[in-house]
Design a protein around this ligand. Structure first.
Ligand SMILES: [Zn+2]
Ligand SMILES: [Zn+2]
Length: 288
């Protein structure tokens, strides 16, 4: 482990140093749930702390259609917040979306992606055909509106990749969010044009396999995220996670790749706006 720790200590130096440059660093939190408690209670504070840490944009990800109106409103009222629409594989007692419903919501202008969707065999047991059918409907909707998929996968890497390949998800693209699988799975995702997003897990002591993936993944196909309010990165582990904390994950990835934090920030920001092409940076920002 070690190699993340010393860089995290130097993060404060890098940030303070870079604040005085002419072109300030920018980061994007590519996956958060700021509509969840307790984050939703202090949205102004959260956005201010994000800005202070150069986190200028964030994608608030939908987990059920019941939540979607709240997320849409957040995106409508803030140029720096983007929205997705989808139903999480673990949400069983919620409205089951049809392809048509997903398409009609996904066509809205401020929806930049479909998800989160995928397979999770860790938290649900028994016959999970319903999860697979739901996942398939999301893939169909994403292809139909040509917007990228946000994929959640846990203890289901083979089935997840099989379905993405079989149902032609290559045509709409997407991201493997909060990636925590092996290089073989990352390679399969990269081979169909998908991006790999790293969360605070990459900073965890036990995550050697994941750090290997971060070292190998091409610079132009990686993203960083918080998945807040969960999974706060080292050295803030155990706290309520929030978008400003993504800087620690970016710092860890920078260290693993042997480059400056600013370089990871620039790549992941460009990658974000390339993948989520409906998301538009503010006019004065140079994100492309
Ligand atoms: Zn997830
Ligand atoms: Zn999530």
């Amino acid at each position: 482990m070690s190699d993340c720790y010393w860089m995290l200590e130097s993060a404060s130096y890098s940030l303070a140093h870079f604040t005085h440059q002419n072109f300030p660093m920018q980061l994007v939190d590519s996956h958060c749930h700021i509509n969840f408690d307790p984050l939703a209670d202090d949205l102004d504070g959260l956005l201010e702390r994000a800005r202070m840490n150069h986190v200028n944009y964030m994608l608030c990800v939908s987990v059920c259609l019941e939540d979607y109106p709240q997320i849409a409103e957040l995106a409508l009222n803030n140029d720096q917040i983007f929205a997705s629409v989808g139903v999480h594989p673990n949400y069983q007692d919620c409205h089951e979306p049809s392809v048509e419903e997903l398409i009609s919501l996904a066509e809205l202008e401020n929806v930049v992606a479909i998800g989160e969707t995928g397979l999770d065999y860790f938290r649900n047991e028994g016959d999970l055909t319903w999860q697979q059918e739901r996942f398939k409907r999301h893939i169909e909707a994403a292809k139909s509106v040509n917007k990228p998929l946000i994929i959640h996968t846990r203890e289901a890497k083979h089935d997840t990749m099989d379905m993405l390949e079989e149902f032609g998800a290559e045509s709409c693209g997407g991201v493997m969010h909060c990636f925590s699988e092996d290089w073989e799975t990352a390679k399969r995702a990269l081979d169909i044009g998908f991006y790999i997003s790293f969360s605070g897990i990459v900073t965890f002591k036990s995550a050697d396999q994941l750090r290997e993936v971060a070292r190998k993944a091409p610079m132009d196909r990686i993203l960083v995220e918080t998945d807040s309010p969960y999974l706060a990165p080292v050295p803030l582990r155990g706290k309520t996670n929030e978008p400003s904390f993504v800087v620690h994950t970016a710092q860890c990835v920078a260290d693993l790749k042997g480059v400056a934090l600013e370089e990871i920030a620039a790549y992941t920001t460009q990658n974000f706006f390339r993948l989520f092409s409906q998301a538009k940076p503010l006019p004065n920002d140079h994100c492309h």
